[in-house]
Design a protein around this ligand. Structure first.
Ligand code: AMP
Ligand code: ZN
Length: 476
């Protein structure tokens, strides 16, 4: 099998063939950095991380670009509301975003351009669009003239009426057509702004991605991704800008869109207020469990986020790590993904099927008796885990890990949230001191004290297991 992806542009699953043999360019719309990311925002990150891992596994030299939108009206509004500077806000929320995504085992993109670093390119592209008759200036704004592009609406399959009624389309008196969208808008003195041929102003959101994708991947590139809410107007407008600026040269070749993460059927979103931040969820479950839960649905299907789902994901990881623990003394055979896992992912990233294959491997591991067989299975478990971004720690670390899977430096950066989290967790040293005290109590035949220590630890979520080699512990 070879990789097949559902291409929104043609509304069908297609074999993936890159533009240039052996190389892939992929652009995924990144966050607007004005607040903490919610778990819905993490869905594209985890999905495209799996796709990136798969493409690299298949031997492609991948350039994975995910931008940071650090100039946008929501940022201006949030900075004003919080009483902090735009710089402080974007620096703080970008760092939080990096920490959250790392906690979900999402690898860094190859390039992470920031919109504010590409303003010159945006001014150049807008000027080109005006020159070519695709854009016009009106009252300090520059607007894209949708009627200048016969194919406008093709990606999203929208007709004119749908477009005007559609989300995020602003009606304004200076537009020739209500569907025309902003490329540049004026800034007041207290707003971020750059000098331009149309006065001091700032770019619209859509032009940012057209310019950053060209700067990092070229005019035509392989994969463009994001959540399905971006198909219209954001991606439709990117296509319009990029194709018209380059005389019709193709833009992205495969458009890949993830479905919504929902709460009781509604899209998780800031505006509905039904969101849980990644940071909050990391206090309740390890990042790897959140990730596995995310992968439990195929990416184009809706995924309803529930506490029950997270609990099941954690239990699944407990089973997988238990299987690995049984193989602790075995040196792994070749670390490579199981054929079934690869085949599942090559079929439009069928992650539920890939997980089923992984669980089957764990079952085989538990049954295996022969040493060579155990080594082979261990290699497949670890290799498949790497492809999915799971099983990224040792079984010992998994069972001992504290509820919050954040690195010390990121905890510090989240000072207001760090203290209740940290104080609710007993340190490893304290646990080991108590185990030593319990051993001593047992030696002294003080079984009452020994039991008391075991019960107290149990109440704090620490399970002791007595074995021939002494007492080991894990977190419940
Ligand atoms: P935004 O900051 O709203 O532009 O979202 C950043 C990314 O998260 C985009 O790719 C969105 O499509 C995606 N996204 C936002 N909300 C959800 C959701 N509830 N489910 C899945 N993806 C989402
Ligand atoms: Zn974008």
């Amino acid at each position: 099998m070879t990789l097949h992806l559902y291409n929104t542009a043609h509304r069908r699953k297609e074999e993936f063939v890159p533009l240039k043999e052996g190389e892939v360019g992929m652009y995924v719309c990144g966050p607007t950095v004005y607040d903490f990311a919610h778990i819905g925002n993490a869905r594209p990150v985890v999905i495209f991380d799996v796709l990136a891992r798969l493409l690299r596994h298949e031997g492609y030299k991948l350039t994975y670009v995910r931008n940071i939108t650090d100039v946008e009206d929501k940022i201006i509004a949030a900075a004003e509301q919080n009483g902090e500077s735009i710089d402080e806000l974007t620096t703080r929320t970008t760092k939080a975003y990096h920490d959250d995504m790392a906690a979900l085992n999402a690898e860094k993109p190859t390039k992470e351009p920031r919109a504010t670093e590409h303003i010159d390119g945006m001014i150049r592209m807008i000027s080109k669009l005006i020159e070519k008759g695709h854009a016009y200036e009106a009252e300090g704004h520059v607007l894209f003239d949708v009627n200048s592009m016969p194919d406008y609406g093709k990606l999203s399959g929208r007709n004119r009426d749908d477009m005007i009624a559609g989300a995020r389309v602003e009606v304004a008196p200076y537009k020739k057509d209500p569907a025309d969208f902003v490329l540049w808008k004026p800034s007041t003195d207290d707003m971020p702004g750059w000098d331009s041929p149309w006065g001091r102003g700032r770019p619209g959101w859509h032009i940012e991605c057209s310019v950053m994708s060209e700067a990092t991947l070229g005019i035509t590139f392989d994969i463009h991704g994001g959540g399905r809410d971006l198909i219209f107007p954001h991606h439709e407008n990117e296509v319009a800008q990029s194709c018209c600026a380059h005389d019709g040269a193709p833009f992205a070749r495969y458009w890949v869109h993830n479905g919504f993460l929902t709460v009781e059927g509604d899209k998780m979103s800031k505006s509905l207020g039904n969101f849980r931040t990644v940071l909050e969820l990391l206090e309740e479950a390890p990042g790897e469990a959140l990730r596995l839960n995310m992968l439990s649905a195929q990416y184009r299907q809706p995924l309803d986020w529930t506490a029950e789902g997270v609990k099941r994901a954690k239990a699944s990881l407990d089973r997988l790590y238990t299987a690995l623990q049984h193989l602790e003394d075995i040196e792994a055979g070749p670390i490579k993904p199981a054929a079934g896992v690869i085949a599942a992912l090559e079929d439009d990233l069928n992650t539920p099927q890939a997980l089923t294959e992984l669980y089957a491997l764990a079952g085989e591991a538990n049954k295996a008796t022969d040493g060579a067989e155990k080594a082979r299975i261990k290699g497949l478990l670890l290799g498949s885990g790497n492809l999915l971004g799971l099983l990224q720690q040792s079984p010992k670390e998994w069972f001992q890990s504290i509820t919050v899977h954040l690195k010390a430096d990121s905890i510090e950066a989240r000072s207001e949230l760090s203290s209740p989290v940290l104080t609710s967790v007993i340190s490893k040293e304290n646990i080991e001191t108590l185990i030593a005290e319990r051993d001593e109590a047992k030696k002294q035949k003080n079984y009452k004290r020994a039991d008391e220590i075991r019960d107290n630890l149990k109440a704090a979520g620490i399970i002791l297991e007595d074995g021939p080699g002494g007492t080991t512990w894990k977190r419940a």
